[in-house]
Design a binder for this molecule. Sequence first.
Ligand code: FES
Length: 320
Amino acid sequence: MTEPLFPARIVAIELAAEDILSFTLRPEDGALPDRIDPGSHVDVHLPNGMMRSYSLSNGAEHRRGYRLTVARDANSRGGSTYMHDMLRVGQILEISKPRNNFELAEQAAMSVFFAGGIGVTPFIPMITRLNEIGRPWRLHYCTRNRERAALVDEIDQLARDGSGKFVAHHDDTDGLFDLKGTLASLPADSHVYCCGPTGMLDAFRSGSEQAGIASDHVHFEYFSSDVESATEGGFALVLQQSGTEIIVNPGQTILQALVEHGVDIPYSCEEGICGACETRVIDGTPDHRDMVLTDEEKRAGRTMMVCCSGAKSPRLVLDL
Ligand code: FES
């Protein structure tokens, strides 16, 4: 099964920057949460059959609806182009409840955010929250040029309202951003966050390690995965709760084997970025291929994303 969905109406579409639109979706039953959980995202099921996950970009105003800010990406698989070209105010889409794999460490002495392009979106509710609780923050926002920088007035206002600093960086006028040098200059107890293209995230992860920032202070979220799913197969799955044993064949993911055997399990992105299919591992060694778990969590092997990860042991016992 995919995750439960509910209908939400598009109540506003606003221009956030060149080729970037903000969509506000209000649940048809009016049930909006009291607060936006900073860093959370929703899955949007488009009328053309595509499913895409988007971070909530809500600032202080969240009673209007869930805000998703989406860049038109010519190299995308078509979701953003569809959103930009086909969606209209008044349309109803099926969306999931918000889910959070990118949580804010609210008590950090200092929070530093690195956004690449549209990766700025989850940071708006995060810095809004830090303002609410009076915590300091800094946002480095890197875009190709000024025209492609979204929600800048809002971020400027957030910096004025709280103890925040907004540092915009445009490649065309400022050259390449020195991500590693900036990380190295931070106090070691800072919490650091990155959301952006894969190359930026890879540089962020290695730069944080070189800077000596503890891994539990390093937070990141990928847009998409460039890691191949494990489809080598050739191992047995034991489902602890039902006692069922399933063989995962070569060419199959664990999720595909489970679905083939009629096992009801939540899933969404099927590429290891949304966290919907996280499953507890009771015995065996997972072959992690996801972008959700931290290196430490992967080493511990207590949970795994069954949509893309496989097994390094001949037998894997799952809490299903
Ligand atoms: S379905 Fe998204 S991580 Fe597995």
